[in-house]
Design a binder for this molecule. Structure first.
Ligand code: UGA
Length: 448
């Protein structure tokens, strides 16, 4: 089937990135977003979150008329051969995935989708969800095929990851529909040079794989990938705790271990643990869906527990080095869940800052991009700083919680300005400890 018009339901990190990029590939793309503020921002040609290169791509796509932002399923879905669902799947208090938006989007789309169109699930859903959706489609009496196309982009490199994908995974029973979805990505691949120039992102490699699977395998692939990456991080953190005891440096260990091609160095950076809208949720979602099938995923439960303990471990290590913190003025640099994004969901930096309120004399916090987003999650006792010098100034202890390049480029004399005894806690293990220590800084890493 030839695709002319595409609807993307939900204009979050995944949906908006996908919509903006596909609008540069000759398709007419509807970005369907119910939130009025987000919608307004997209219509004005900009994203409502920070993501490198995205605004440039959105602006051109909106101005050209190829990207249409709307809150109407009727306007968008009625005219689309292909519908991508990218709605949110927040976690329930018990750790399972809340699928109300997923099913809501299906029900609403079915009112308008024409026969012979394709419904593509990009939202991260527990394995088995697709089969349930297929039942709903069947009951509607419409001839619509359902395909799972999990997303692997990372926030902060969303454009790069989508354009220079390692793999596109498409799962479903209908081979023609699977091929139609694969063709959309092949078209995206053929437009990548043009979009790379527009967005001014780095050029990647041409080695992405196209993989077609069964529906259940595609669904399970997504959560398995995130769970394995989370496992790698927790594994590195457990070795960091041991390294602290035995006097080894976890960075050295992981550099050496990761140079084994079977293991790889990626996602073995120890520190304050993982956060974000995906790993914590997908790990608990996988544990919960395994539970439903009578499988006890103890390995993931251990990874989750270890991760939850890491912010407290950072504070414990600091206390064991400098003593009681009750008279200390501490600042936390980095409130986004990682560098390159303004997203603060399950941010370890915010957890650290809030935990410190109980132990430290005073707590200040700063982030180059996420101050607005962080505000509402921070204890009212935390003072918000406007710049790095303002945060560091008057602080006895500086904790680096996010690897923003602005923080990694602070040099020893800036760290020591006004207080040569200032303690630096590198909770992302990304500073040059040797240079800092040589300059006389009291440096504390995690597992270093
Ligand atoms: C993650 C996956 O990497 C993507 O492939 C996936 O598409 C996405 O979830 C999703 O499911 O939507 P993301 O959450 O954007 O992407 O961020 P990551 O770069 O994976 O980082 C997650 C967390 O792990 C961050 O807090 C980061 O600081 C932490 N991390 C990462 C470590 O603590 N150590 C590492 O070695 C790597």
């Amino acid at each position: 089937m030839k695709t002319h018009t595409i609807s993307i339901l939900g204009a979050g990190y995944v949906g908006l990135t996908t919509a903006a990029l596909l609008a540069h590939c000759g398709y007419r793309v509807f970005a369907v977003e119910p939130n009025p503020d987000r919608l307004k921002s997209i219509k004005e040609g900009k994203s409502f979150f920070y993501e490198q290169g995205l605004d440039a791509v959105i602006k051109i796509a909106i101005d050209s008329g190829n990207l249409i932002a709307t809150d109407s399923y009727e306007e968008s879905v009625t005219n689309s051969e292909v519908v991508f669902s990218c709605v949110g799947t927040p976690d329930n208090p018990d750790g399972s995935s809340n699928l109300s938006y997923v099913y809501g989007a299906v029900e609403e789309s079915l009112k308008y989708m024409p026969d012979n169109s394709i419904y593509i699930q990009k939202s991260t859903v527990p394995v088995g969800t697709g089969r349930n959706v297929e039942e709903i489609i069947k009951k509607s009496g419409k001839n619509i095929s359902y395909v799972s196309n999990p997303e692997f982009l990372r926030e902060s490199t969303a454009l790069f990851d989508t354009l220079y994908f390692d793999r596109v995974v498409v799962g479903g029973d209908n081979k023609d529909s699977v091929d139609t979805v694969l063709d959309i990505y092949k078209n995206l691949e053929s437009n990548r040079d043009k979009i790379t120039k527009i967005s001014n992102i780095e050029q990647g490699q041409d080695d992405g794989k196209y993989i077609s699977t069964s529906l259940n395998s595609a669904e399970l692939t997504k959560v398995t990938a995130n769970a394995f990456l989370a496992l790698k991080i927790s594994f590195a953190n457990s070795i960091a705790v041991l390294a602290d005891k035995v006097g080894a440096d976890v960075n050295e260990v992981m550099d050496a271990v990761g140079s084994d091609k079977r293991i790889g160095r990626a996602f073995l950076n120890a520190g304050r643990g993982y956060g974000g809208g995906c790993f914590p949720k997908d790990v608990s979602g996988l544990i919960s869906s395994a539970d439903q099938f009578g499988i006890d995923l103890t390995i993931m439960k251990a990874a989750q527990d270890l991760n939850t303990s890491m912010p407290k471990y950072v504070i414990d290590k600091l206390e064991s080095t400098v003593g009681n913190l009750s008279t200390k003025r501490v600042c936390v640099l980095g409130l986004a869940f990682k560098a390159g994004t303004s997203d603060v969901r399950k941010s370890p930096g915010i957890k650290l800052a809030n935990l410190l309120v109980k132990n430290a004399g005073t707590v200040k916090a700063f982030d180059p991009k996420a101050m607005d987003e962080a505000k509402e999650h921070l204890s009212s006792e935390i003072k918000l700083s406007k710049s790095i010098p303002e945060a560091i100034n008057d602080s006895d202890i500086v904790i680096i919680a996010t690897e923003w390049k602005e923080f990694l480029s602070i040099n020893a004399s800036e760290f020591m300005k006004g207080n040569k005894d200032r303690v630096i806690v590198d909770a992302v293990n990304s500073l040059d400890d040797i240079t800092l220590k040589k300059a006389g800084i009291k440096y504390i890493g995690i597992g270093r």
